[in-house]
Design a protein around this ligand. Structure first.
Ligand SMILES: *[C@@H]1O[C@H](CO)[C@@H](O)[C@H](O)[C@H]1NC(C)=O
Ligand SMILES: *[C@@H]1O[C@H](CO)[C@@H](O)[C@H](O)[C@H]1NC(C)=O
Ligand SMILES: *[C@@H]1O[C@H](CO)[C@@H](O)[C@H](O)[C@H]1NC(C)=O
Length: 424
């Protein structure tokens, strides 16, 4: 509204100076407002949970990467952490304390734990302060025989924005259909299928369906997009669109390990997309073997502002994982065990266990972002760029600078694209 008034003024007066001053003033006000939301400090308990999402990130990823036949990976550690919070909310006794231990939150009161997740997730997914598109649908499915206790329904809605539904798992075909329909609806149709089957018919399922679209701090030029080959392996190439841009980014060329690291800020610079890519096409196992928190910190510490010509695939990826096994390996043994689980805060009696944790996300790699700062174009600053040409498998993580949480971790191994004729 205010802007409109200024524009009208600018248009109809010759007092350009006044006009410019007014606009400058407006700019100051806007950035002050942004700064205010950026300065909002996270409560201690939310900060603990943010840290535990960062710890979960690598262990979940590495566990998943070991799996046979797993290609692309896409996990939101902070959302997985909040699913664990939901289990803690529905559990009692040791079922709940086990979850809190995995989250490094044994010291937190239950109320702090749930309020902490509520605070963290609303901060991270706020489209205004973050300028991000991140839709998160969460639902708990129980078998037809289950009842949901009122207290659980209310608190899980409030803290975890989780809704509930009973489903007749014995009618597999319809169960799968209705789960997939819900997921599509929660993600504006970006995620049409999260599951092909339901394996267990008597437990409770937690499902997350997400759609994430990074909004770059500076956009890729929308017309600088062309068809290129992506080497899934040295003998298999797919054709896809790639987007390009040159700019100043935090970058590190690890010549010892033959790895490039690049960090591309997302809008408002509160979070950043970190890309980890071997020099040449190779299976990612070599990199994954060295991937741990210490190595990651070392790499991050060595990055320096560098001119880089970046080329990234412009594709969408949809990935669905059942995290049951990964969570079990991290120590979630009671909730998933039929004879041990006590989830009676969900249903009022000891009749439920956690039979699946479906974690599905669509990520859209696109050119969209805020305007590029063109002031450095044509200057010497962009001379002799390093190349970051992502035409072969790489690992990425979306790190939140403000809260230290990890929004996403994953790898692009086999992006969508037509097979190209193999080169000789
Ligand atoms: C279980 O629910 C009751 C209220 O129905 C609540 O007082 C208690 O704190 C809950 N337990 C946990 C571990 O959340
Ligand atoms: C991000 O900011 C830009 C420019 O202010 C705006 O056009 C865009 O719609 C915003 N996107 C989201 C998801 O908030
Ligand atoms: C569930 O717990 C029981 C009792 O401790 C144990 O014997 C059984 O092996 C557990 N089941 C699984 C699948 O871990």
């Amino acid at each position: 509204m205010t802007l409109c008034v200024f524009q009208v003024l600018c248009h109809y007066t010759t007092m350009w100076l006044t006009c410019l001053v007014s606009l400058a003033l407006l700019n100051t006000i806007t950035s002050a407002a942004t700064a205010a939301s950026a300065d909002k400090v996270l409560s201690n308990h939310a900060a603990i949970l943010a840290d535990s999402s960062a710890d979960l990130a690598l262990s979940l990823y590495l566990n998943m990467a070991k799996g046979k036949g797993v290609e692309n990976i896409l996990i939101s550690p902070v959302v997985v952490a909040s699913s664990l919070g939901l289990v803690a909310l529905g559990g009692k006794g040791s079922t709940t304390s086990e979850v809190k231990k995995i989250l490094n939150a044994a010291k937190l009161q239950d109320e702090q734990l749930h309020a902490g997740f509520e605070e963290l997730l609303s901060e991270l997914s706020d489209p205004k302060s973050r300028n991000v598109t991140w839709k998160i649908g969460s639902r708990l499915y129980g078998p037809s025989s289950a009842t949901f206790v009122d207290h659980f329904v209310k608190s899980s809605k409030k803290h975890y924005r989780c809704d509930h539904s009973k489903i007749n798992f014995r009618d597999k075909k319809n169960a799968v259909k209705s789960i997939n329909e819900w997921a599509a609806k929660s993600t504006d149709g970006k995620l049409p299928e999260v599951t092909k089957d339901v394996e267990n018919m008597d437990g409770a399922m937690i499902i997350n369906a997400m759609y994430f679209k990074p909004h770059w701090d500076e956009q890729f030029h929308p017309t600088m997009v062309d068809n290129r080959g992506f080497l899934v392996s040295s003998s298999y190439t797919v054709s896809l669109q790639m987007m390009h841009r040159t700019g100043l980014f935090d970058f590190y060329d690890d010549t010892t390990n033959k790895v490039y690291l690049l960090s591309m800020p997302l809008a408002h610079k509160m979070s950043t997309m970190v890309l980890i890519m071997p020099y040449h096409v190779e299976p990612l196992q070599r990199l994954e073997k060295m991937l741990n928190k210490k190595q990651l910190d070392t790499w991050m510490g060595k990055m320096k502002q560098t001119v880089v010509a970046v080329s990234l695939p412009k594709v969408s990826m949809e990935v669905s994982h059942n995290l049951q096994k990964q969570l079990q390996e991290l120590g979630l043994t009671e909730a998933v065990n039929r004879s041990k689980a006590d989830l009676s805060n969900i249903s009022g009696k000891k009749d439920l266990y956690l039979s699946a944790v479906l974690h599905a996300a669509a990520l859209e790699w696109d050119t969209h972002g805020n305007e590029i700062d063109t002031s450095i174009f044509g200057s010497d600053k962009l001379k002799n760029p390093k190349l970051f040409y992502a035409d072969h498998p790489f690992i990425f993580l979306v790190k939140d600078k403000k809260t230290n949480s990890v929004l996403f971790i994953g790898r692009v191994v086999r992006p969508k694209g037509e097979k190209m004729r193999d080169e000789l």
